[in-house]
Design a protein. Structure first.
Length: 494
């Protein structure tokens, strides 16, 4: 089974069987100060192995019952992605040693670089084990002790990253959960647990949503025996300022409804709530970090099932905004959930900006593959800051077009709009649909269908639920420079 990470800090190396970790710079420069005989041994061994300290390379060495893990850093180890990736590789390499115990001596590193290395190791260590009957032995964990004075468990740099990691882990776990365990009511309960961190949580049931006129959201869930919910998570850390709003699609299982999906791969639709998971994880991290800003997270939680009471193709529903929607395809359900969630969030909270996340379309994967999330926005200031935040957190976004030509594809002959466009540009027409439910607020839609789940691992993201969006949203709000209303673009012409 995979191993976990136990991280601690000390002034001296632990006793017993422990692997000393040495970062090696360009041309084989040994970064930590070591005893002369140890340094001589490492230099000779590196020469024999032709190990030059190239970034991404590692080498295990053994001498007189002592072991050394050498990790190449290249020219200069930069904070952010480089340091995090090195931390992920450090964790993986230690996990392959017999003792799984590591000593990271004082390398005289910048505190931010060191914190990012440990953050990367932490991110790499997380895995989902809830339903294994054979639990992992704690003795099988990787135990890493960090030396020096640059960082300790009380350092703000460390605590901030730990809180951020907790948010990522929460999002990953939500995405991993099977739909018979994580249904709308259970998801709402997970959100409510954030009240322990100081988040004000409000759960709207079907009666409350019906009173508000949320016919679009409620129509999606009417075929399920499980009730639908809208959850509001409010973090008030910034005085009287208008909040930043995060909105997530939370379809806990998507069969497609009457427009039934093919059986092959349908099990993956347990993670059609990846947008809501990202928003919930982001709120967990924001509260854990005690962020001095106001942020509200809203998630629409439904299950899309095909029973005798299910929504039918051709039905017309009335959204909370009063706009009517002809449901051509019941498998284009996420946008119906978001239509009401966006309108509710904008009209109730009047946010300074609003970002929604959703595993919305397969079309975005056809467009971008699985390397980028799709970014659609009515505001260039917001879009540019999102792209920058994505680059800084290794959660990249690619800006996509919108505009009247795509919006016209949503024209219905019996209602204000259809819920799908034509056969092409499906990710774009979905974004245009959402734009109809946003007024003057700077808004962005992130289609993360290709990013919420991964069938392969990276240095810091294990296979499965990725937690994509949590770090991106936190960085966006941390660095937020505001958005001019005059920068609003791409409004629908309907």
């Amino acid at each position: 089974m995979p191993v976990k990470l136990q991280l601690s800090f000390a002034k001296t190396a632990p006793k017993g069987d422990v692997t000393t970790i040495c970062l090696i710079g360009k041309n084989g420069d040994i970064i930590p100060h070591l005893e002369k005989d140890v340094a001589a041994f490492l230099i000779a061994a590196m020469a024999t192995a032709q190990f030059t300290g190239k970034a991404g390379k590692s080498l295990m060495l053994y001498n007189d019952k002592q072991s050394y893990l050498l990790l190449g850093t290249g020219d200069k180890l930069a904070p952010g992605k480089e340091a995090e990736t090195l931390g992920g590789k450090l964790f993986s390499a230690l996990g392959r040693t017999a003792s799984k115990r590591g000593w990271f001596p004082d390398h005289k590193l910048d505190a931010t670089v060191l914190a990012d290395i440990m953050f990367g190791a932490n991110l790499a260590s997380h895995y989902f084990e809830s339903y294994f009957t054979e639990k992992n032995d704690e003795n099988n964990s990787v135990r890493l002790v960090v030396g020096g004075n640059a960082l300790d468990e009380n350092s703000l740099l460390f605590q901030e990253r730990q809180a951020l990691a907790n948010g990522v882990f929460m999002a990953r776990d939500l995405v991993f959960e099977p739909a018979n365990k994580l249904y709308p009511a259970e998801f709402a309960a997970r959100c409510s647990a954030l009240s322990a961190l100081g988040v004000e949580v409000e759960v709207l049931d079907e009666v409350a949503m019906k009173k508000l006129g949320m016919g679009a959201l409620l129509g999606v869930g009417q075929g399920s025996r499980r009730d639908s919910f809208l959850v509001v998570m409010n973090w008030k850390g910034g005085g009287d300022e208008a909040p930043f709003a995060l909105v997530g699609k939370g379809v806990t299982f998507d069969t497609g409804g009457i427009s039934l999906k093919p059986a092959k791969g349908m099990e993956d639709m347990k993670w059609d709530m990846g947008g809501a998971a990202a928003v919930t994880g982001a709120m967990c991290a924001i509260a854990g970090r005690k962020l001095a800003k106001n942020v509200v997270g809203v998630v629409g939680l439904v299950e899309n099932m095909p029973d005798g009471n299910a929504q039918r193709p051709g039905d017309v529903v009335t959204s909370m905004s009063g706009k009517t929607i002809e449901v051509i395809n019941t498998d284009a359900e996420g946008r119906l959930v978001l239509a009401d969630a966006l309108h509710y969030t904008e009209t109730r909270f009047k946010p300074q900006a609003m970002v929604n996340l959703a595993t919305l379309t397969g079309a975005i994967i056809a467009s971008l593959g699985r390397e980028y999330g799709g970014l659609f926005a009515n505001n260039d200031d917001l879009a540019n800051q999102l792209v920058s935040a994505g680059e800084a957190t290794s959660e990249p976004l690619w800006k996509m077009p919108m505009g009247p030509a795509y919006d016209r594809m949503l024209k219905s002959h019996i209602a204000d709009m259809k819920n799908i466009g034509g056969p092409y540009g499906g990710a774009i027409t979905a974004a245009c649909f959402l734009a109809r439910f946003v007024e003057a607020t700077p808004w962005a839609h992130l289609d993360i269908a290709g990013k919420a789940w991964s069938d392969s691992a990276t240095a810091t993201v294990p296979k499965g639920g990725t937690g994509y969006g949590v770090r991106l949203l936190n960085r966006l709000i941390d660095d937020w420079q505001g958005a001019q209303i005059s920068a609003v673009t791409d409004k629908p012409d309907s």
